[in-house]
Every structure is written in C-alpha cells, then in structure tokens.
Design a protein. Structure first.
Lengths: 115, 116
C-alpha cells in the first residue's frame, strides 16, 4: 500500500538552529506533495506544495522543501528556526493521477523550539 | 473569508448516543473529506465526497456515515458512538483544476470528540 514516512517523530531544537525534517513516500508514479503545519490547538495550514517544475519550492514563514524524485523524498528545511515554529508538521501526498483526491499523510513530526 | 467551518468544536458524549458533526465550506469546492487524527497515527481519511450525492469510504469508515446533499455541507454522523471513536476530527475541502490533479486541501478547525 502507498505510504508516507516521516522519520523524525519528535525534534527539539534551540532558536536559530537549522531544521530538516525527512519525508519519504512509496508511490512510484506522479505525485503532488505537501507540507502542512499544525500549531498547538489549531487546524492544519499549508506550508508549501510541489506539483511540477523547480524541485526546490519555497513556502510561507521561511520554509522550503526539495523534491528528489530518485529518492522518493520531499524534505522540509528552514535555515533558522524560531520559538514560534513549535508545532506539528505533516508531509502528505496525492497521486497525480488520483481520481479520488485522497491525501495520504505521514505520522507527523513534533517540533519543539527552545527559546 | 474563504474557510471551512465545523461544529461543535468540542463534544463529550456517551456510548450509543447518536451525534452529528457539521462541516461547511464557502469556496464552492466539489471535494470534501473527513479525517480523524490520533497520536502517532497522523491523519486518516474516514469518508470523502467528490461532489453532491457522491460519497465513498476512506481508510477508516467503520462506525461513521456521511451525506452530501448540498455542495457546501458534508456532515459526519456517528450512529452509535463508541470510546474508540474518541479522537480529533477534521473536515477538509479541495478542488480540481480542469485537466489537472487535485490541489491542496483546506482544513476546518477540528472537533475534539470524547466518547465515555
């Protein structure tokens, strides 16, 4: 079955540290890729997305992600995290040929940024 | 403001007492979906709807029902709730550009349900 794996379940960083969260998916065809963020007590918000074109995509709040097709990966990065980045981060995939719009989520990574 | 709304936001109920969680979107999206979020499991799809009167099961549909009589509304119905349905529920909506794949999903604020 198609799946999305996020390798880091809980990450603790100090402010100004660099962040990289791993995401791998198992589907071999065309995919649309997303990173969502969920701040404490809030709903999911889109950070960035990749459909096609430049594999390095920039999102909101200084986040970026790189799609590496050969590695089936879509890792999220931020050069310098802030305390306000404390949240849960979800990687998600829709198959490009999907007729159901089904969004497959990873398990999530909890990021804690210490001031 | 474009948004997905859910009601109620918090609900505590008892086993077997039927309940409905409403979901409404004002973006004229054809696609709507319900997810449940549980620690360590991420979000799992319960049901989805590709348009009015078109619904289908997701990954964890047991114990849930949905209906899509209008484009904007997609209620989630628990006919006989059980404690294993205690969870955080999210409704989402999306659209598909002509000749293209589905775009990102827009999520509601969530409904935290506790079944005693």
């Amino acid at each position: 079955a198609q799946s999305v794996s996020q390798h880091n379940h809980h990450v603790i960083l100090s402010e100004a540290a660099s962040l990289e969260l791993g995401c791998n998916y198992s589907y071999g065809g065309t995919v649309n890729l997303f990173w969502y963020v969920q701040y404490p007590g809030q709903h999911l918000q889109l950070l960035l997305k990749y459909f096609s074109g430049d594999p390095l995509v920039k999102g909101i709040k200084g986040f970026e992600a790189e799609f590496i097709k050969s590695k089936f990966s879509f890792n999220l990065r931020k050069p310098s995290v802030q305390w306000s980045d404390t949240a849960e981060y979800f990687c998600a995939v829709i198959h490009g040929s999907s007729n159901t719009g089904k969004l497959i989520f990873g398990q999530g990574t909890t990021l804690q940024v210490k001031p | 403001e474009a948004q997905v709304t859910q009601n109620p936001r918090y609900l505590i109920t008892v086993t077997g007492k039927k309940l409905t969680v409403t979901c409404s979107q004002n973006m004229n999206h054809e696609y709507m979906s319900w997810y449940r979020q549980d620690p360590g499991l991420g979000l799992r799809q319960i049901y989805y709807s590709m348009n009015v009167e078109v619904t289908d099961k997701g990954d964890v549909p047991e114990g849930y029902k949905v209906s899509r009589k209008e484009k904007r509304n997609f209620p989630l119905i628990l006919e006989s709730p059980s404690p294993n349905q205690t969870s955080l529920y999210f409704c989402a909506s999306s659209f598909r550009s002509p000749g293209s794949s589905y775009n990102e999903q827009f999520f509601g604020p969530g409904t935290r349900l506790t079944v005693l």
